[in-house]
Design a protein around this ligand. Sequence first.
Ligand SMILES: NC(=O)c1ccc[n+]([C@@H]2O[C@H](COP(=O)([O-])OP(=O)(O)OC[C@H]3O[C@@H](n4cnc5c(N)ncnc54)[C@H](O)[C@@H]3O)[C@@H](O)[C@H]2O)c1
Length: 370
Amino acid sequence: MKIGVPRELKDNEYRVAITPAGVREFVVHNHEVIIEKDAGRGSSIFDSEFERAGAVIVPNADVVFAEADMVLKVKEPIEEEFHRLRDGLILFTYLHLAASDKVTTALLESKATGVAYETVEYPDGSLPLLAPMSEVAGRMAPQVGAHFLERENGGRGILMGGVSGVAPAKVVVIGAGMSGMNAAWIAQGMEAEVIILDTNIAKLREVDRIHKGRILTLMSNRLVVEEIATQADLVIGAVLVPGALAPKVVTEEIIKGMKPGAVIVDISIDQGGCFETSKMTTHSDPTYVVHDVVHYCVGNMPGAVPHTSTYALTNLTLPYALTLAEKGLREAVTTDPALAQGVNSYAGSCTYEPVCQAHGLEFTPIEKLL
Ligand SMILES: NC(=O)c1ccc[n+]([C@@H]2O[C@H](COP(=O)([O-])OP(=O)(O)OC[C@H]3O[C@@H](n4cnc5c(N)ncnc54)[C@H](O)[C@@H]3O)[C@@H](O)[C@H]2O)c1
């Protein structure tokens, strides 16, 4: 197979979908790898390193998309990339289709096969290819929150850890999955007062088991969210219903009741956001204010730490990409049910049920099409 890797175009997105170790692995298995010039530069991986590992550097993304059988990317295609999608191409990347009509339509109309990192799912419901970036975003959330809590950045002027004799910031994390658990962990390490909420008691038990009471756990329900969010200095939204739009756990009414200068970090924004007042922002303009509450809603938080993120991501995506290259789509999908869950579009059909529901599209199981 010919594997293509373009440079990411999303605002301030410096990750790249392959490392020299990945190139080496494909080449050893007799596949070809073409990489757009300077695709890795933002992650401090240079063309010469890719070439040493056996890749061919090509001048632009048009060549990558036109020649490759499978394109590996990090983020969903943006509008200026839509025309490059085509029938027969496998696009293996984060897609987040439930949150975007435009990308869904472009992918279906192109008839390309869209395999989404975020919906590859193990039988126990865990999401192996979302996990590494959730870990990064979760660990970033308290440091971002701490920054925007500073007065000159629009916040209430509260130091996360407080000082002796002065209360620390009160941090509420909604969702105790991969990102939420990591966010709570780092916030607690900064010596904030941390409360974590989830609807799944098993997740809360896990937090209790690890943190031995240093992080307060509460079952998430409407009343608890209303009460606790209004007392918070920083609320971090980290909920997920796999593949579907995020539930709006924090309503505009609750936001109105929050302290002026409080900060929200909506990690779930890539699935539409879990605060009613959230709208996607970018690293170059990351915040806006609604009802005196600072909103940070960057959809690609790990893009700010590309070196860490590129390695964390590709460590996990490479085995699946290699399976696709070795076996081809049909065999890879029929022999690996986790990977089959990743196929969101095939030959113009929507093959992932929550995405179909989000857009009112007909659902066709991938097994029926192959
Ligand atoms: N913004 C970014 O840059 C970025 C980066 C990585 C991941 N993400 C996103 O972060 C979100 C969370 O990902 P994750 O890997 O932590 O998911 P996860 O599945 O590990 O955890 C989600 C948790 O939310 C809980 N939950 C669901 N509905 C809830 C509700 N109503 N109230 C409270 N808890 C609820 C689930 O029980 C689960 O424990 C996803 O949307 C993911 O795409 C965003």
